[in-house]
Write a protein of this length. Structure first.
Length: 132
């Protein structure tokens, strides 16, 4: 089946928390400190995503492949302020099965169109300072 990008809802939050940990294991295992994985809390991360879903200043989307969550994207007001920017892609994470297929680009373009629709001409992409 074709990949699907859809708006996240509160029922997605536990799956998004699981997907986040999978992304970390696939992508950041050699970058993040080991303690970050050991101390990962599904309950806390589910609450984290629920807060995003409930925030009117954020738009959270789920990427599904064959009915399974393969990534997510969040855009809106910056989680962490940066220079003069009022809009940001705060999260854009894909599992390896979704990488290299243009799906990250589609999610980026979706964020770009949402931000433009809101009347903003510029935004930034939040990057993790742990990434080198």
């Amino acid at each position: 089946s074709r990949p699907l990008i859809r708006t996240a809802c509160r029922y997605d939050c536990p799956v998004l928390a699981e997907t986040k940990l999978k992304v970390w294991n696939e992508t950041f295992i050699d970058i993040y400190p080991r303690e970050r994985f050991i101390n990962y809390s599904m309950a806390e991360q589910t609450e984290y995503f629920l807060n995003i879903v409930n925030d009117p200043n954020q738009s959270l989307y789920v990427l599904e492949i064959n009915g399974q969550c393969a990534g997510y994207m969040c855009c809106g007001a910056p989680f962490t302020p940066y220079l003069q920017y009022e809009q940001c892609i705060n999260l854009l994470n894909l599992l390896k099965i979704a990488q290299g297929k243009g799906l990250g680009r589609k999610m980026f373009e979706l964020a770009e169109s949402i931000i433009s629709f809101r009347g903003y001409a510029e935004f930034f992409l939040m990057c993790n300072k742990s990434l080198k």
